[in-house]
Unconditional design. Structure first.
Length: 570
């Protein structure tokens, strides 16, 4: 029996590896490979899962570890850092998607309880997948990247509340008793977590952190113990694991614990998605194909439209709204966990899992390509997106009659230093930025500025580019800088153009197109340090002065809101 399970597990993992390699080649998230592997090893094709109960236990451990690590990153400070735009967009998107999703499900003939579950499941997008895609594109530092990660974190918090609510309802649907029940249990759970965190965990974690092995064992033990405790209190194991992670999030070792737990989580969560795929019923998929297509279209098109409308109302450009909107064009691993939990507590029939999982496969695959090629798609359809941009009234002045020696596009961390230099040499300058908050802050400081997007041709036509002596773009987007250089060089052959690039190959292209200098921040930092070492050598006092200057500059940058949020680390 043991040998049979071992061989069974080995074959399943080999199949999963092969399918995952194919997904990697197709530039698709590995979660798709795991679910497709489950379909292959399931009863409809190879029928390799002989011990479903064991795989179910493994998958439950995987979900518990996933939520434990999510909890480790749910430090209460994170909510403060997501920003107003992310908070409003996140809550607004969840509200509108759930309402529209509910009515769509009802129109498609689903019962009220199934419609509620499906509507809630459709609201969540995958933070893990989006962070990976944005990191690959080097877009985590962009305005839309920060806002998107912010509202995805808001979604995660709402997903946690939904999971707690479902686990509290258990097998019955006593809505009248539910309110008091969830409030009392939630209150007790939060009090317990806070008390343990404050009085016990801070001291215990300091002790266990002295040994890497002990810290690892303590983390697993704490996760499983608290999960078991909450299961005893009639919550689900998953919620207990989540709260165990939250209780450790305030310790100084949360990141270290997370990094140590991830390999273990990855192994078990793979088995969860494989089991999920194996439970898909092909006949349910074919019978519900119309519903699946409607839900998929709603996620791929409807969700981005909701975000674009919300961000347009907040004053962001159509480009920022479009790029941020594409990040919600798929459902999350939380969506699948939510449906699986609904089935386990007896609220949903099993065919619901097949429907939502298929929607997940379609939307995750589709949104991956939408995000990878988002800039190219935007260039093709930007002229039709004007309705999603709240047109700001520009100052009633003729910009072309103005003489600006310097024009700065993008007042970000790099732009901060450049702006200071322009102010010191007393050049007549103009700052252009597409963040409404940045423009508002600059106006308060009396700095000449203008709201707009650097790749907006109408905006560029309004600017007196012919009279400028130097134009600087600190915008990291490659395509935007190409558009900018092309428009500037067409009207002014002599102006000095400085732009920014992340990759060496992009820098070469920008030089070929007419840039006079290309900023490469990652390399410039190393160049500056090497020059400092060469000039100062081992003069301790010189480094002390550099340190004081650097701290002063960092404080000023942080004061203006250009500090990296936690979600960008790693």
């Amino acid at each position: 029996m043991v040998q049979e399970i071992f061989i069974n597990l080995s074959i399943i993992l080999v199949v999963t590896l092969i399918v995952s390699l194919l997904m990697k080649f197709l530039k698709q998230p590995l979660i798709i490979g795991y679910i497709l592997s489950g379909i292959l090893v399931g009863p409809y094709i190879f029928n390799l899962i002989t011990s479903e109960s064991l795989f179910r236990i493994f998958s439950q451990i995987g979900v518990a570890l996933l939520l434990f690590i999510v909890g480790l990153h749910m430090n209460p400070k994170v909510i403060k850092e997501v920003g107003f735009a992310s908070l409003v967009t996140g809550i607004g998107q969840v509200l509108f998607t759930s309402v529209f999703g509910f009515f769509i499900a009802k129109l498609l003939g689903f019962s009220t309880i199934i419609s509620i579950y499906v509507a809630v499941a459709l609201t969540f997008s995958s933070t893990i997948i989006i962070m990976k895609l944005l990191a690959d594109k080097r877009d985590l530092e962009t305005l839309y990247g920060k806002i998107a990660i912010g509202f995805l974190i808001v979604q995660d918090f709402i997903a946690i509340i939904a999971l707690m609510a479902i686990s509290s309802l258990s097998g019955n649907l006593d809505i009248a008793g539910f309110g008091i029940n969830i409030i009392l249990k939630g209150f007790v759970a939060i009090i317990l977590v806070l008390l343990f965190s404050h009085f016990i965990l801070s001291r215990a974690s300091n002790f266990f952190a002295k040994s890497q092995e002990l810290l690892f064992l303590f983390s697993i033990g704490w996760c499983l113990a608290i999960a078991s405790l909450f299961f005893f209190l009639n919550f689900s194991l998953e919620i207990g694991a989540l709260l165990a992670g939250i209780s450790l999030s305030i310790t100084p070792y949360s990141n270290e614990i997370s990094s140590k737990m991830k390999p273990l989580r990855d192994f078990f969560i793979v088995l969860f998605f494989v089991l999920l795929g194996s439970q898909m019923i092909i006949s349910d998929v074919t019978n519900q194909i119309v519903q699946i297509i409607v839900f998929s279209i709603f996620i791929l098109i409807g969700n981005p439209l909701i975000v674009m409308i919300l961000m347009g109302l907040l004053g962001y450009t159509k480009r920022t709204g479009f790029l941020a909107g594409l990040t919600v064009a798929q459902i999350s691993e939380f969506s699948l966990i939510l449906i699986a939990l609904g089935i386990s507590v007896g609220h949903l029939p099993k065919e619901t899992l097949s429907i939502v999982t298929t929607v997940g496969l379609i939307t995750i695959m589709g949104s991956t390509y939408l995000i990878i090629y988002s800039n190219q798609i935007y260039q093709k359809i930007s002229k039709y997106l004007g309705i999603f941009e709240r047109k700001k009234v520009r100052e009633k002045i003729n910009l072309k009659s103005k003489n600006y020696d310097a024009i700065l596009f993008g007042q970000n961390r790099i732009g901060f230093g450049i702006l200071n230099s322009l102010r010191r040499i007393k050049k007549n300058y103009l700052v252009v930025d597409f963040n409404p908050e940045t423009i508002s802050n600059l106006k308060k400081l009396g700095i000449p500025c203008m709201y707009g997007d650097a790749d907006d041709v109408e905006l560029l036509d309004e600017l007196p580019l012919e009279k400028a002596k130097i134009i600087v773009s600190t915008i990291p987007d490659f395509e935007t800088n190409l558009v900018l250089i092309e428009n500037i060089r067409r009207r002014n052959k002599e102006v000095i153009i400085i732009v920014r690039a992340h990759q060496i190959k992009d820098a070469f292209v920008l030089y070929e197109k007419g840039a006079d200098y290309v900023l490469t921040p990652h390399f410039l930092g190393g160049e500056y340090v090497s020059r400092m070492i060469f000039e100062e050598k081992t003069d301790k006092q010189a480094y002390k002065l550099e340190k004081e200057k650097h701290i002063k500059m960092l404080k000023e940058i942080a004061r203006q809101g250009h500090e990296h949020p936690d979600v960008e680390k790693g």
